[in-house]
Design a protein around this ligand. Sequence first.
Ligand code: HEM
Length: 509
Amino acid sequence: MAVISVVLGSIAVVAFTIWYYIHVPLSLPKNIPRIPIYVSLLGLWSSMGQDEIYEKWLREPLERYGAVKIWFAGQWSILVTKPEYLTDMFRNEDVYAKAGSQVKIPWSVISSLVGDNIINSHGENWHLYTSIMKPGMQKRTWDAGVMVDDTRHFIRLCLQQQKDLSMQDGVMVNPLIQRWAIQIMGRNFLDTDLQCLSFPDVRLETLQSIIKRTLFKPLYFNFPHLDKYSAILRSRARAYAIMKEFGDRLFALSRALPRHHPVDKKQAEDLQVVDLLNVALDKGQINEEQFRANIKITFLTAHENAQQLLNSIFWELGRSESIPMQQKLRDEVLNTGVDRPSTELLNSMPYLTSVLYEMLRLYPPVSQLINRVTITDTILGGNIRIPKRTWVGWNAYGAHVDPNSWPSPYTFKPERWGETVEQMQSKFRRDCVAGRYIPFNAHSRKCLGQGFALLEMKVVLFELVKSVTWTVDKTYKLKLTPGGILAPLGCKVVFKEVARRHDESVQHQ
Ligand code: HEM
């Protein structure tokens, strides 16, 4: 009898604990639907991509209500896609305050990686980090020249790998793209040639693949409380060790650089983020922990989004239906008659611009983020009552495929952006401000690297279509990432060198 009581008692305790952990708090708004918790846990047993999950469980309620309650990283949160709600959230950072994993789950592996940094901080710290780092992220003009050289090196590596395979088999592009993206980030933000394209095993680069695999393991991503048990879970102990190795290596590299002390704002703009952070640490404006967090987030954010967007470009423009678009882009590029594109030229090309904007619409790398917390009771968009201390976030993919904002939303259609670069830029700005198009977020916390990222992607598109044609390997079936950064997984493409035009080859002789 006593044994039965103990067993029943234990079952009751376990059941209560699970209920307590996953029940929906009564204070959350009643006038929006709840997405069943198993949808957030699909990664544990299914291999569905973000697009499939969105289509099956999120699209209908989000299009109807504009917001839903969803379980995310161990919390019930509110996820928003309706443009009016998004702009309310983005405009009112003093109500919907940025709060990343360092606030939500401070003990976790991800928090040990990112710390309190320019993207996830709020208030005084954010102002401090921005005042130091912004000149290194938002230059009046970025130089396309160095990016061209690295991009050509990357294309040579793609062609080399193709040569080593038969012409039917595609090259697995992601590993090469990662090396390209980190190389370009290093030159422009770390003031360092990391030599990632010359060597396949630069440790700071290879660590990234391990970090990405580690962070998005569905079990630990959904139940971050497990990170507390690294003493018994070897996989967690390894995860912390990997994050530490990355942090220590990057810190040592950054601090070994020579110092440049800017005397005014103009000089600060000629410096890179690492230089600005070094001076701030030397002067005691920030402490070592803040230095580490900000240099790591710069490393991560300045390569990962570009990396995944380029994966999406290879997929979207390499599909057989898209070959005419790839050719149209090639025609625009070859018609310039230019071998080395300048920043001005790249910014004046309409089709190139529209392809890039449309890529960011259908494949926004940062497709979903829930990293804000309400600091007072509030009413989102005058309609959804949200209590203080509720986690709130957005889904860019959802906003970008909402038929109320985008006719035929699932069709890749660069023409929807207009005919001239001016028309396109003005639509881009209007849609960002109105919350219909948020690949870089909007309002006070929008991406500081937007100008750099757009130029980098224009360089790679220009150079690719000029030198190669590519088609997706016939055996490849599209599978988007199940969570985290949005991109096709394991895409393989077949490259062919573009034959040089006669007039061009004469010019180059
Ligand atoms: C295709 C490339 C990129 C995309 C799609 C992208 C997207 C975004 C998004 C969506 C946010 C908002 C995050 C949030 O709400 O928490 C953001 C913020 C930010 N991004 Fe980017 N980003 C890109 C490239 C870059 C690059 C190259 C840098 C340069 C270091 C950069 C630096 C930042 C910073 C500093 C913030 C935080 C701004 C703030 O909160 O004040 N990004 N980015």
